[in-house]
Design a protein around this ligand. Structure first.
Ligand SMILES: Cc1ncc(COP(=O)(O)O)c(C=O)c1O
Length: 358
């Protein structure tokens, strides 16, 4: 068996969920489990949170079907609503909460014959300009949906564009636009993603929507997950599958771009970009072996990468290699690659087995 595994620490996941709720006392929290729970495996993540979570949120009805199998009674929110009118009856059968993010969705809802009314989350475009009604459109839609046969609760939702950059002027503007519309009267309101859960109490409303923080990564460039009290959930661990000595002046890997400056001991690790390790990882990025950091040597290939073991003589064939996780924050690698933890987590590919520990 290929020695590469993504170990998912479910106790850490639960800790992070409870931490989110502690940040917003008395509020309820949708655990955001879209994109297969940010790459961690939605089924197992939902099972692990079932006893403690107030609800779950996903991006589409296909994801909702999976969550419903393991969470028959939980509140389950479709963050982008139904993509076509034909999904509405299924949403009602599944007992979903749905976002309504534009005119077409509102029309379809009002025209639908549903087995039961749905909890609706009217989406305000408070400044992100991706989905949602402007303030006037939202007022008009509120008037039409209030009391409609298809609607149970009428709720308000919006999303921050820059909450991860503390003090950003747009966040203040979004809060103001949201507060104005809130006065129409809603059963429930929600606004806060992880960044706002952690740093913007005025955005907490009745429901928070933490995503990335559940998985122990930070939404902020300058605040680490550990400093925020989060525990890493996924550790990606491979092994040394070959070790060789190369002379000074010899190169390693594709493109021969890494050249040994001294006689070097090179290890080959069972993880590559086809597993989700970023090919863009720059020279000098590190992995952890025996609790020690060791630099990459040369380009990441599809199934393997090389590391310089010269300063770690105790490293042996078969030794475990942590690519990210409990000993090496994913956010460090993400930042070095010009991306975010979200992207690395959701790009761990299907061929990497997930192993769950409690
Ligand atoms: C509408 C909505 N709410 C909440 C979240 C969770 O955001 P985060 O992972 O930053 O907490 C997302 C994720 O992108 C989202 O799209």
């Amino acid at each position: 068996m290929r020695p590469l595994v993504a170990t998912v620490d479910l106790a850490a996941l639960r800790h992070n969920y409870l931490h989110a709720r502690q940040c917003a006392p008395g509020r309820r929290a949708f655990a955001v489990v879209k994109a297969d729970a940010y790459g961690h495996g939605a089924r197992r993540v939902v099972q692990a949170l079932l006893e403690i979570a107030d609800g779950f949120a996903v991006a589409c009805i296909e994801e909702a079907e999976v969550v419903r199998e393991v969470a028959p009674a939980a509140r389950l929110l479709l963050l982008e609503g139904c993509f076509e009118p034909a999904e509405l009856p299924r949403a009602a059968e599944l007992g979903l909460d749905i976002a309504v993010q534009g005119e077409a969705q509102a029309e379809a809802l009002l025209a639908a014959e549903l087995a039961r009314p749905l909890n609706v989350w009217l989406k305000l475009d408070s400044g992100m300009h991706r989905l949602g009604f402007d303030a006037d459109g939202l007022r008009a839609c509120h008037a039409r949906l209030k009391g409609a046969a298809q609607v149970a609760e009428l709720n308000l939702i919006s999303h921050f564009a820059c909450a991860d950059e503390r003090g950003h002027a747009l966040t203040e503007a979004q809060l103001e636009r949201y507060a104005e519309v809130m006065q129409l009267g809603f059963d429930n309101c929600t606004l806060a993603n992880s960044a706002a859960v952690l740093t913007l109490p005025q955005a907490h409303m009745e429901w928070i929507r933490p995503g990335i923080m559940l998985y122990g990564a930070t939404p902020f460039a300058e605040l680490s997950a550990a400093a925020l009290g989060l525990r890493p959930v996924m550790s990606l661990t491979g092994a040394l599958i070959a070790i060789r000595q190369v002379e000074a002046g010899e190169s390693v890997g594709y493109g021969a771009g890494w050249v040994a400056q001294r006689p070097s001991r090179i290890g080959t690790v069972s993880c590559g970009y086809a597993d989700g390790y970023p090919r863009s990882a720059p020279a000098g990025r590190e992995v952890v072996i025996h609790g020690r950091r060791v630099p990459l040597a040369g380009r990441v290939s599809m199934d393997m990468l090389a590391v310089d073991l010269t300063d770690l003589p105790q490293a042996q064939l078969g030794d475990a290699v942590e690519l990210w996780g409990a000993q090496l924050p994913i956010d460090e690698l993400a930042q070095a690659c010009g991306t975010i933890g979200y992207e690395l987590l959701t790009k761990v590919t299907a061929r990497v087995p997930r192993r769950y520990i409690d």
